[in-house]
Design a protein around this ligand. Sequence first.
Ligand code: AMP
Ligand code: MG
Length: 497
Amino acid sequence: MSAADPHWSLAFEHSFAERLPGCYQPWQPAPVPAPRLVLFNRALAAQLGLGEMEESALAEFLSGRRLPPGARPIALAYAGHQFGHFNPQLGDGRALLLGEIRDPTGQRWDLHLKGSGATPYARGGDGKAALGPMLREYLMGEAMTALGIPSTRALAVVATGEAVQRERPLPGAVLSRVARSHIRVGTFQYLAIRDDLARLKDLADYTIDRHYPDLSEDPNPYLALLRRVLERQAELIAQWQAVGFIHGVMNTDNMSIAGETIDYGPCAFMDRYDPATVFSSIDHQGRYAYGEQPRIAQWNLVRLAECLVPLVNDADEEQAIALLTAELNRFPAVFSEQWQRRFAAKLGLASAAPTDDVVESLIRGFLELLQAEGEDFTLAFRRLAAHLRGTDERALGLAPLPASWDPWLQQWHRYIDGRNEDPQQLAARMDACNPIYIPRNHLVEEALAAAQFDQDLGPLRALLERLQDPFTARADSFRYSQPMPTEWGPYRTFCGT
Ligand code: AMP
Ligand code: MG
C-alpha cells in the first residue's frame, strides 16, 4: 500500500514507540483470509475524522490484512499482578498498536488491533480472538460510553473468515480499539521489576506529557502522578458501582493510567443487588466481586506506587515511601466522596456538603433494602422516580413499590420534601442519571449468539440502539428493561476468549 492511498484519511504518529524503546516489539499482523466488516462505529469514525471509505477497504485496514498508510505496528510489553500473582512478562499477546491518530480537536488516540495474531508475548496462545467476545467488547464499550463512563471504544469488528479453536471451532474476528493510551499499571511494573530506572522515568514523563501535562509544573511530578491516577481511578470505580458494572478481571495489567475502562473480558452488569456478585468463571475467591472493586483499585494503586518510589526520591527511599503512602491513604476518602455524590444523585438527594451523614445513611439504607428484598439494582432507582411521579409505569416494566419499602420511603420523603423541589422535576433529574437500559446478560448472550452463529445482526443492533440512549424509556422496549428470566441463570462469563 502506498503512502498516498486516497482512502485512509488519518495520519499516524508514533510518540510511544519513539520515546519508549524497550517497552514493545515491532510486529506484523497475521494474514487474514477473508475479512468482512461486521460492525463499524460510524459515530466514532466521524469523531476521529476518518473519512468515508469502502466497506471492503475498512475490512482490510481494520483486520490487519493491509496496513493503513503510516501504521507501524508494535506489540506492547507489560507485566502485571494477575489475581494477586505477579507475572514479570506479559504484553500484547494477540494485539498490536498501529500508532496514534489525532482527532480534529487535536486529542491523541491509540488505534489498536486485537485478535491480530500471536506476538512474541503470546505465551503459547494462538493470538486470535473469536467473533462473539469481540462483539461483546464493542457492545460494552458503547454502553459504558453512553452511560458517561470513560472507556476504550471499538471502531470496528471484522470477521476474519477463519475458524479459531476454542472448546469448539468459532468464527474468528479482529477488533479495532481506540483508547486514550494503552499505558497500564503493568507497563510501570514491567520497567520497575527490571530496575530500568532511566526508562521508568521516561515512561512517567511520557505519561505526564500525554495525559496530565499540568503536572509537569508540580514540585514532585511523580508523586502528583500517583495522586492524579488515584483520583481518576476513584472516580471511575465510583461510576462502575453506580451502574452495577463488574469488570471481572481487575489485574494490574488491565488498569489504564488514563482512567479508562479497558480490557473487556468477563465483565457483566449486576442484576439483583448483592455486593458479593461475581460472574467470571475463574474468579473462585470473589476477588473481583462487585463490592471488592474499590478495595482492589486501591491495591492496584499500591502496586503503581511501589514502581514510583525511586522516581519520587531516589536518595531517600523512606521519605519516598512515606510520601506515596500518604497519597494512597487518601483513596478511601476520595472514593467515598465520589461514591456518595453519585448515589445521592441517583436517589435525588442533592447535597451541598461533599459528604453528608444523613445522605450516607439514606443511601446505605436503600442498598440494604435492595439486598434484603433481592431487588433488581437498575430498575429500583427508576421505580423510585416513577413512585415520585405518581404514575403507573408498569408498561415500562416498573412495578409499584412494595409495602416493605415504606419505612425507608418515609425517611426519604422527609429529606426530599424538606427541599421543596417539584416532584416531577426531581423524578426527571433522577431518571437522567439512572439508566433504564443496561446490557442485560441474557440479551447480550442472545444477541451474540444470533450474530455469531446465524449471521443475524438484528438483535445486536436493536440492543445497541437502546444502550446508546440508556436513560430514555421507550414504550416499545419493555423486553430491554426486564431482568434476566429466573430460569435463565446463573450467569457465568469467561476469560481468554
Ligand atoms: P486479559 O487479562 O484477558 O486482558 O489477558 C491477559 C493476557 O493474555 C494479555 O497479555 C493478553 O494479550 C493475553 N492473551 C489473551 N488471549 C490470548 C490469545 N488467544 N493469544 C495470545 N495471548 C492472549
Ligand atoms: Mg489485558
